[in-house]
Every structure is written in structure tokens, then in C-alpha cells.
Write a protein that binds this ligand. Structure first.
Ligand SMILES: C[S@@+](CC[C@H](N)C(=O)[O-])C[C@H]1O[C@@H](n2cnc3c(N)ncnc32)[C@H](O)[C@@H]1O
Length: 207
């Protein structure tokens, strides 16, 4: 996690403008209701939190990331905004399970919603991570994934992969489609040259 610990120092200042409106769309697609619980996997610096809280739906958010540096920025953000509904813990998403979350947060919990933005293109064993995320959802719980897929590889693809330590060849939404019901996929209006491929959001419901 050394790279993301370092990256945390300039992650928001270099990327947030680019992804802001996509996070808004992702939060909309979460279709939150009062009292929902949400897990944000690979939450990084917590850039999704303001968009979830903007729903004003009294949602309890659990954010988790492997990088201590990214989480520290997330903790600063939560403290600065006095978001008492947000709880953060460190974990390797490859090992996430109901039992590991219970050990981390001190109570058994399954979630109404899960979100993972720009995580599955970065984390090794991403298919296992997707299964782990689904295992944390209640029946009929919904997962929203935002990520990038490079239909055509070019220099920008290579560059983004180097900077983000990502693999933009992963057909993440296709795997989500095979594992969920009520699947929805849409492309987001961000220039491929800026993010190394096509930015998409995909949504599925745990059957
Ligand atoms: C491109 S950033 C995305 C961060 C955040 N979701 C966002 O939208 O800005 C990728 C994140 O994946 C995290 N990450 C990488 N490997 C991980 C793993 N094995 N388990 C959990 N998080 C991981 C990194 O620390 C980083 O915060």
C-alpha cells in the first residue's frame, strides 16, 4: 500500500474535479432510503461520502480501505465535517467477509447498499473482491460500481494504469451482471483521454 499511502497526499487535488459528477450519479443510483447501511469498499480519501450524505437519508456509512494513508485523509474529512454517521476501518478487500467486518466494527452487520469506486480495477483478485462485497449485502441489497474499461488501449491507458496501479482491461460490469439481478450499466460523461478508457457505472441487486 506504499504507493497509495504516498498518493493520498495529492489524490484529491489531482483527481477530484474529474470524478465529482460521476460520484453524484453513483450516489443517485444507490437509491438510498432512511436508515440504510452502506459499505464503501476501497473508500480511499472518502470522496464519496459527501455525495451519500447529500441524500439526507440518515444513512450509516462504513468505509474501508487497505491504505493507512488514504484512510487518514478520510478520517480528517469525516472529523472536519463532523459526520457522526461515518465509521472507517482498515482492511484488505480480498479478505472482507461478514466475520471480518464484525471483528472490525464490533457488531454483526449486513448492508443495504455497497459502493466501490475505482477500486476493482486496482485491487488484485477483483472477482473474489466482488464476491466478498456481495457477501456483505442483505438479500435484495444493491451494489454500485464505478470504474474504467479501456475498449481501445492508448498512451493514456498506459499512463493511468501506471499512476493508479490499475488494470483497465477488466470487464468488471460483465461479471457483476452474471452475479446480480436488476442489472444496469451506463457510461459516464468523462473524456476517455482523461481517465484511460470509458468510465462507467454498473448497478446490481443481490438475488
Ligand atoms: C483509485 S483509488 C479509489 C479510491 C476511492 N474509492 C475513490 O473513488 O476515490 C483505489 C483505492 O483502492 C485501495 N486499495 C488497493 N488495494 C486494496 C485492497 N487490497 N483492499 C482494499 N483497498 C485497496 C487503495 O488504497 C485506494 O484507496
Amino acid at each position: 500500500m506504499k504507493w497509495y499511502d504516498l498518493f493520498s497526499n495529492f489524490y484529491d487535488s489531482s483527481l477530484e474535479k474529474l470524478y465529482f459528477s460521476s460520484r453524484q450519479r453513483a450516489a443517485e443510483l444507490l437509491d438510498l432510503a432512511d436508515g440504510h447501511t452502506l459499505i464503501d469498499v476501497a473508500c480511499g480519501t472518502g470522496a464519496n461520502f459527501r455525495h451519500v450524505n447529500a441524500s439526507r437519508k440518515n444513512v450509516t456509512i462504513y468505509g474501508t480501505d487497505y491504505s493507512a494513508g488514504m484512510l487518514e485523509k478520510g478520517r480528517d474529512l469525516v472529523a472536519k465535517n463532523q459526520w457522526n454517521n461515518i465509521h472507517l476501518f482498515q482492511s484488505d478487500a480480498r479478505n472482507l467477509s461478514p466475520a471480518s467486518v464484525e471483528a472490525a466494527v464490533g457488531q454483526p452487520i449486513l448492508f443495504d447498499r455497497a459502493i466501490c469506486v475505482l477500486g476493482l480495477s486496482v485491487i488484485p483478485e477483483w472477482e473474489k473482491v466482488l464476491d466478498n462485497i456481495l457477501s456483505l449485502l442483505k438479500d435484495n441489497g444493491k451494489v454500485v460500481i464505478v470504474d474504467v474499461f479501456a475498449e481501445k488501449r492508448d498512451f493514456n491507458t498506459w499512463l493511468v494504469e501506471k499512476i493508479a496501479r490499475a488494470d483497465l482491461n477488466r470487464t468488471i460490469w460483465q461479471t457483476l451482471q452474471t452475479r446480480t439481478s436488476h442489472f444496469h450499466h451506463e457510461y459516464l460523461p468523462v473524456k476517455p483521454s482523461k481517465v484511460g478508457g470509458r468510465l462507467f457505472v454498473a448497478v446490481g441487486t443481490k438475488a
